[in-house]
Design a protein around this ligand. Structure first.
Ligand SMILES: [Zn+2]
Length: 478
């Protein structure tokens, strides 16, 4: 078994088997289990982040030429599109020439996905994944099974700036389904990866109190959280007048928008550095904060990032906003070349004065991963990010959205795609019920369309609970 699939395999192993195996195998550090590919990628990420800009640029151009060459040779879609645009790998002599390649977006993937592949869908090492995508429209695509080790190496290289190291213990609040242990605590432990999982679907005051008590017993650790999870925990710390146990060394918060006010509130309540990063399931652009600053540093060897204005021209002036357009270096089986992510950011600089890294710096990243919450009967919130399914649950559905008018209740609205088998609704409900349990009771409604916002987007949660009711519920819950 290759190193990378070892981690995938382990993550899919049932918890009961893990616990038994973990006790027996947990003597080796995680770096051993993550394997050689991980260790090599980590060393490379650590080296490349210090490259001078000219070296990174030359390396990026080489990679793009290679990807474009392979795409033209092996993918019918790119062969057609680039022939029509009159470009090939040999005409790319500088990074600016990349602008001659047409951009693609989610509709391209949806219409031409199979034609974009450079290998057969059934080839070994090819995985199919789905993402919620922008505008509530699910999107599926293919990606190499080796992606996790590579991505994880870059994440860890980022976390190292925040004092985390590969073999350190993590306390995770990130959407894992965690069943209660014998004492009724929603906690489980993965001895191989040294991760303690706590259920962020059950962030009631009582449970959060128990989580904190348990956290105090696990030794030095970093919290690995969604921004919404730590925001919920911070509000609890504040209203219960409790403190995080002193063995918590730092906070790693990613996969959702970070609001400045939430970050400040958490740093105030905990006295710890709040470290964040930006990434996405398509694995095109990764940007992580540095040791000294909370601007996002775009990692040059993970993918090529462009920031484009509404006319498709590059944003060059610090302070201006644009759409994040990515060309991924990781996915070799289905190249994403100049993919419009639907995420927007402000250009900060091309170099960080605090750390000296010569990367594109971004701030205020926002987009389709907008914070969207379901409200439980007791006023606690469940983040959409935690509910979202990254498997085939929403295959066959064009759009989907929760509509909520009362705490603890919601309606899941589905717009079936062509050929949708109506028996799928029950399977979808069961999948989501596993995550939401009895905390949100929901029914499923098939509909013809989900209204777009004035910006042409839908939200995953059409939240109709009036603020006054939300505040009242929260007050009762505290
Ligand atoms: Zn920096």
């Amino acid at each position: 078994m290759s190193a990378l699939s070892r981690k995938n395999f382990w993550e899919k192993t049932p918890p009961s088997v893990k616990q038994a195996l973990g006790a027996a195998l947990g003597v080796a550090p995680p770096t051993f289990w993550l394997g050689r590919a991980f260790r090599e990628q980590l060393a490379f990420a650590n080296a490349s982040q210090r490259w001078p800009a000219a070296k990174a640029t030359a390396w990026q151009l080489d990679r793009i030429r290679e990807i474009v060459g392979r795409a033209i040779a092996q993918s019918p879609y790119y062969r057609r599109a680039y022939a029509a645009a009159g470009v090939d790998a040999d005409t790319l002599n500088a990074l600016d020439d990349v602008r001659r390649l047409p951009t693609i977006d989610k509709s391209t993937i949806r219409e031409h996905g199979d034609d974009m592949m450079t290998v057969a869908r059934s080839a070994p090492g090819v995985d199919y994944v789905t993402t919620g995508g922008s505008g509530g429209e699910p999107m599926g695509f293919h990606i190499g099974a080796d992606r996790s080790a590579i991505e994880y190496a870059y994440l860890v290289a980022g976390w190292q700036r925040a004092g985390y190291d590969t073999n350190d213990v993590q306390a995770v609040f990130r959407g894992q389904v965690v069943t209660p242990d014998r004492a009724g605590l929603r906690h489980s432990y993965d001895a191989i990866l040294r991760r303690h999982y706590y259920s962020n679907f059950h962030m009631t005051d009582e449970n959060m109190g128990r989580y904190l008590n348990h956290l105090a017993t696990i030794g030095d650790c970093h919290l690995h959280v969604y921004p919404s999870s730590i925001a919920t925990l911070t509000r609890y710390l504040n209203r219960s007048n409790r403190k995080l146990p002193t063995n918590v060394r730092g906070i790693l918060a990613g996969s959702e928008i970070v609001y400045d006010a939430d970050r400040a509130a958490t740093e105030r309540a905990t006295g710890l550095r709040y470290f964040s990063w930006y990434g996405h399931s398509e694995k095109l652009v990764l940007a992580a904060e540095c040791e000294h600053a909370s601007t996002y540093h775009v990692w040059p060897t993970y993918g090529y990032c462009e920031l484009l204005d509404a006319s498709g021209n590059p944003v060059t002036k610090p302070g201006d906003r644009g759409e994040i357009v990515g060309t991924g270096f990781i996915n070799r089986v289905m190249p994403f070349i100049r993919y419009r992510t639907g995420d927007y950011a402000t250009l900060a600089d091309s170099r960080c004065d605090a750390c000296g890294r010569e990367h594109m710096l971004l701030t205020d990243i926002q987009g389709h991963r907008t914070q969207e919450m379901l409200i439980c009967a007791d006023g606690t919130e469940i983040s959409w990010t935690a509910v979202n399914m990254h498997d085939r649950t929403f295959d066959g559905v064009r759009r989907f959205q929760f509509r909520q008018s009362l705490p603890g209740k919601a309606t899941l609205r589905l717009v079936p795609a062509e050929g949708f088998d109506h028996s799928r609704t029950m399977a979808i409900k069961q999948s989501l019920d596993r995550k939401l349990g009895e905390r949100i009771v929901f029914d499923v409604e098939l509909c013809d369309e989900i209204e777009l916002t004035h910006r042409g987007k839908t939200t995953f949660v059409d939240q109709r609970i009036p603020d006054a009711v939300r505040e009242g519920t929260e007050a009762r819950a505290t």
